[in-house]
Design a protein around this ligand. Structure first.
Ligand SMILES: [Cu+2]
Length: 201
């Protein structure tokens, strides 16, 4: 959108053109926070399987855009208690070798695992794989990008590479609270701890 304003200076009329931001509606002061879903620098392997930053705070009504980097990610979002810590979650995921930071149990991601929040409320029950190919518990979930329908698992998102853009998933947080965002790829979440938090105040 452009607005034109005519100004007369010394008998000479200048037509000035002002370029405005390219949003569809410029009267809304939209505040958006970007969270990288997959490390934007390390594009493959376990090093990619992180949420950056892994904790953000926004105001109620604002949006987060998850900018996907790297392959085979799916996004799921769950409310959790305000007291839930990162350690609360990782204690329920595959133990990591302190030296290599790698999951110590190669079949962990296919097992049935429950994630509870800081108040001990059940947030996610994964079931086993097979048949459940994703981290895909719909209970109280706000968003899922790669859900399984009957036996068919939804595809993962297209992640950006060095030369091509990826998926941008934008979500508006209408209610205050603390939210857990996890990767729906069982190996990414359960073995490699791909999750983060969004605080909405
Ligand atoms: Cu992932």
């Amino acid at each position: 959108m452009k607005s034109r304003q005519a100004i007369s200076i010394g008998g000479v009329t200048l037509a000035l053109t002002f370029a405005l931001p390219s949003y569809a509606r410029t009267d809304d002061a939209e505040i958006n926070t970007i969270v990288y879903f997959g490390d934007p620098v390390t594009l493959t392997g376990p090093g990619n399987q992180v949420v950056v930053p892994d904790e953000v705070s926004i105001e109620k009504g604002q949006t987060v855009t998850f900018v996907v980097y790297g392959p085979n990610h799916g996004i799921a979002l769950y409310p959790v208690s305000s007291t839930t810590t990162r350690d609360d979650i990782t204690a329920q995921l595959c133990p990591h070798d302190p030296a290599t930071n790698a999951c110590t149990d190669p079949v962990f991601a296919n097992g049935d695992h429950t994630t509870r929040d800081g108040k001990d409320n059940v947030v996610i029950v994964t079931g086993t794989n097979p048949p459940f190919q994703r981290v895909d518990d719909p209970t109280d979930r706000l968003l899922a990008t790669s859900a399984q329908i009957d036996g068919v698992a939804g595809v993962f998102l297209t992640g950006a590479t060095d030369t091509s853009p990826g998926t941008h998933v934008q979500f508006r947080f209408a209610k205050s609270g603390r939210y857990l965002v996890v990767c729906m790829n069982r190996n990414h979440y359960l073995a490699n701890w791909m999750f983060g938090f969004i605080n909405v105040q």
